[in-house]
Design a protein around this ligand. Sequence first.
Ligand SMILES: [Zn+2]
Length: 244
Amino acid sequence: MDWCKKESSNYIFHYQKGSLAEKHIDKIIELQEICNKFISNSLKVKMKEKIKYYLCSTPEEVGEVYGDNEPCNGFNDGLDKIYAVYNKEVKCVGFHEDAHIISYNTISRPKQAFLREGLAMFYDKVWWGIPNYAWAKYFLSNGIYLHIKELLVNDNFYKHNDVITYPVAGAFVEYLILSFGIESFKTFYSSVGEDFDSAFKTVFDYSIKHIEDKFIRYIDAIGIDEAIYDLIKVKLREKHFSYE
Ligand SMILES: [Zn+2]
């Protein structure tokens, strides 16, 4: 595929001639540089290489360009490349994939998808425009919250609906970072192996069960307007998510 290229401080963007991405490239660069600097500053890290972005028009094109022919809106190769759909309906840009790539290159890539997606969702802050903690409180109040012990097993994490797994992971990672500080979180993120519990106890001094109980009480203490819950219900209906 023949790509047009544009470089900025932290990126090399690739896009097709005549695409919407070409039209918006300066705005996209500005957005990603803001995301990149925020992530790097708050994690206190700096990537050596520039991130290579491939802005595609369709999910099918993402699969084709990456080479696995799996249609997908946004995807990173775990190294330094991000493949993202950018068209009228879907603009897969922002914090998420960049948080993955920056953390993998400068800290680590833990085995648990719950932690990896939790960190990316911590930077996204929202799922469908609604804060992670609002989703977490809604799931808790409606008895559909999933416990962290369950979500730590990758097969379970991927088996459950991502509207539950992703915001809960993001809210929990935020709780860890705000409670213990970014340095402790980074130590944990880079030292956790198969045995999640022992790494957790070593770094944070408490069991995951103890900290999750505190996390639940913290989430419960946040005041959320009924209008936000109404919006959550609308979004869940739109996406045909049911739990009754
Ligand atoms: Zn992700």
